[in-house]
Write a new protein. Sequence first.
Lengths: 478, 100, 118
Amino acid sequence: MEPITAPIIDFTSLAPVLVLSVFAMMVLLVDLFIGRNKSVLVFISLVGLLCAAVSAFAKGTEIPVSSFNGAYIVDRLSIFFTMIFCMSSALAILLAVEYNKREGIRVGEYYSLILFCTVGMIVLASATDLIMIFLGIEIVSICLYVLAGIRRTDPKSNEAALKYFLLGAFATGFLLYGMTLLYGTTGSVKLATIAQLLNSGEVLAQPLMLLGVVLLVIGFGFKVAAVPFHMWAPDVYQGAPTPVTAFMAVGPKAAAFAAFYRLFAEGIPELAPTWQMTLSIVAVFSMFFGNLGAIMQTNIKRLLAFSSVSHVGYILIAVIAKDTLGSASLMFYMLSYAFMIFGIFGIIIILGRKGHENLELEHYSGLGFKHPLLALCMTMFMLSLGGMPPLAGFVAKFYIFQAALNEGFLWLVIIAVLNSAISFYYYLKVIVFMYMKEPIGEFKISLTPITLFVVAVGIIGTLELGIFPGPIIFLAQY
Amino acid sequence: MVPLSHYLILSATLFSIGVLGVLIRRNAIVVFMCVEIMLNAVNISLIAFDRHLNQHDGQIFSFMVMAVAAAEVSVGLAIIIALFRNRPTVNLDEFNLMKW
Amino acid sequence: MLEQYLGVAILMAISCAIAIGMVTATTLLGPKRSFPDKDEPFECGESQIVSPYQRFSVKFYLVAVLFILFDIEAVFLFPWAVLYQRLGWFGLIEMIVFLLILGVGLMYVWVRGGLDWE
């Protein structure tokens, strides 16, 4: 029997994944042998994320590089997203430091799970193969199921974990079936080969393949929480510990969108007329249901969950406008969204104290008089989420709309602008509570330095991306 | 030889049974088993396509699906145990601390 | 043709011999004290007739969870074992890395007390 020659392994492409995996395992093992003080874990995790972010540039300027027989790619999209992931994971870890201490969550696993989750996200953003995309999604999801339920003694956290788990696993089934049908009809799991086959007309768009595409839309729709597959989002956002909610709203969602974009825009662009139509409907419903749902909420975490559903609608427009501008606007949107969300959740954590998370909107009344600076920050984040110039949210939306207009989706842009207007209603409601209502009871907030630092990062990012978006847009586009 | 379509019909039927089970049943563990039926239905399709196309990608894919399903099972069971320790029930309708 | 099966035949002969040898040895050498628990069809300490709906201790679930995890990873060992000789050093190193990662998991479970019954 002739020996099988060992395949060439491109370690430099995989560098961020390898570095982070090693650090994640290290955190897991170190946790076993240190006492109750977990600060060394925080340090190791942050160093790991920094190393991963640096090693993402190991390929230098020779990008895009495809390795592992076309299963893995290092290109502009993957490097940019790797940066977003490393930053958001670092912020999620920093948010948790004081929160976990305050709420008595003494688990070192938190940090290693965040790192493992980041590994999955990087794989997801770099995968160009159905199997890799599936593995990436599952690494991310499994870590998130555990993270959502990490407060083991809190029934709400348990409930969030169970709901997220059952619906997530259900969605995995659809996603897999879609991938299988795509594989079966084209005979390849590589996105490049699938695109080539479709382009050459050797494989016709059979009903089976179209069914596969629809199943993929359902599967991804569940993972990113798009209407009508969004029902888990409010409950899971509410029940999960606040830093986990912030993390969930940014990193994994960005990763899922990166894979979403790659699969649809790079794998099956020939079927665009079909999936663009389907995704447009999903996007419109997401915007309307997200915004209308948010209007009725009184809990800030649920409000943000519905708001994130509506943001999924806007981001889907970037996927629908599948050209270069589409991917660049997707990157820019996710980056600015990361800054806003971490800033807001930082403030939410500051406003709570042990045993009282103060998540109802009425707890925010009068904040503008007692803590004007915090209220000002919150106001800026809310306006930015709504898309008010000159903040990051405005530029991000503007950019997506431009991409959509280039592709001729005027009607979609009109609906999105209309929805931005609706969304101001509930963003302003928070501001009204802060500035125009009398405070109920005493404010006992936890002004802790690390959480304040995260809020500051959020504010700086939101302002920077809003006022000087040029450099980042340049990085995303060219 | 059994044609490809037979396998695909079997797989689609199993998948539908799984989906229906998830939607209808109210016991967390049974719902969970139905999700597993869905995943294994997909495995049947994968292997059938693989055989039909005379390739190996499908087999590798199904290996990955099996390994991931095992990881999912353990996390799922662990979540259900944690939940059961706080509240002795596995009926999904009773998990209503938050609105669905 | 039949020579191929010689190995199988020898294996079967040896295993039969061992089984018969053990039964004979315990019959001849072992002490013979009988008491009610021992005379039951299954002597594992559980009572025989119980409701099928009785609950298991949650500890069994923990063991089951860990078992599934480490058991299913064997799916990656089978194809590797079949191609072991053709894969050469590359395959061996890959598998060592894979098992080391699993080992980290096992170590975590062990030190955290996941394998303790009490």
